[in-house]
Unconditional design. Structure first.
Length: 272
């Protein structure tokens, strides 16, 4: 009997000891604090990123232009105001609108590429390499005419060779029914004459001369605009005679905005 009692006591003691071994210690495990610190740091990091985030002004202008064309809405609110957020919420997130913006953008890009391709072919056929060049950037398709061929140094009256090139370029421009902007550029050599007090006047006068020649050839004046940039938009640094010759140029720009407007009008007519 005593032996049975002793066995029961021993078994009971073992069970109590086993329960004590499996008891969880008071408080949370140590790794929980480390994890909480990590989550807090990540949250602070993303808050800082959000606070420092900003939309570039040029990017926003491009978005506004695309929205205006796709939505047919003249007044797109400025960046950062509640009305702007409402437009994005109500309009941009609409699937049809997004598709329209993408479609117009793709059409404009394709048309600019085709204009550049046509100009390249024209230059090759008419043996104008070195006198006429073509490129494209965010402005659109750009036909560059060498200033050294068009004008004498410091003058705005076109040479006979320049007149001949402009007549050939006119034949090219007739292929595309878009507005064009004519930009005049000079090098950084200063000029100060009674007619041209600075390169501003010289660059604008040369752009106007090209525009006048195109209008006389038959180009619609309502589709032309001019702008003079003087020496402030160089293609290369003005550090040599060759570089300065490159910077003296006339650029005829098929602007993406004009191409986009035409494409939007076409889309609207097709969807009526």
């Amino acid at each position: 009997m005593a032996e049975k009692e002793a066995k029961k006591e021993k078994k009971k003691a073992e069970e109590e000891e086993e329960e004590e071994e499996h008891e969880c210690p008071e408080g949370s495990p140590a790794w929980v604090m480390t994890f909480a610190d990590l989550v807090t740091l990540l949250m602070v990091f993303f808050i800082l990123l959000f606070a420092m985030g900003s939309i570039e002004e040029n990017k926003w202008k491009q978005i506004k232009s695309s929205l205006r064309d796709a939505l047919g809405q003249e007044d797109i609110p400025e960046i950062g105001i509640r009305e702007g957020l409402d437009v994005i919420k109500e309009k941009v997130l609409d699937e049809t609108t997004i598709h329209a913006v993408d479609e117009v953008g793709a059409m404009v890009a394709k048309e600019v590429e085709e204009i550049a391709s046509e100009v390249e072919e024209f230059v090759f056929k008419n043996k104008l390499a070195g006198q006429v060049d073509v490129s494209s950037d965010e402005r659109g398709a750009i036909i560059t005419l060498s200033d050294t061929v068009l004008f004498p140094a410091g003058k705005s009256r076109m040479t006979a060779a320049g007149n001949n090139i402009i007549k050939q370029v006119f034949d090219l421009l007739q292929q595309f029914n878009y507005d064009v902007k004519i930009e005049g550029h000079t090098d950084n050599a200063p000029i100060k004459t009674e007619q041209f007090p600075s390169n501003w006047e010289l660059s604008a006068a040369r752009a106007a001369e090209v525009a006048r020649e195109l209008v006389e050839a038959g180009f619609p004046p309502t589709q032309l605009s001019i702008e003079g940039f003087a020496q402030y938009r160089p293609k290369v640094p003005n550090d040599s005679r060759k570089a300065r010759a490159i910077n003296r140029r006339i650029e005829i720009v098929y602007q993406r905005g004009s191409v986009r407007k035409h494409m939007v009008d076409v889309l609207r007519r097709d969807r009526r």
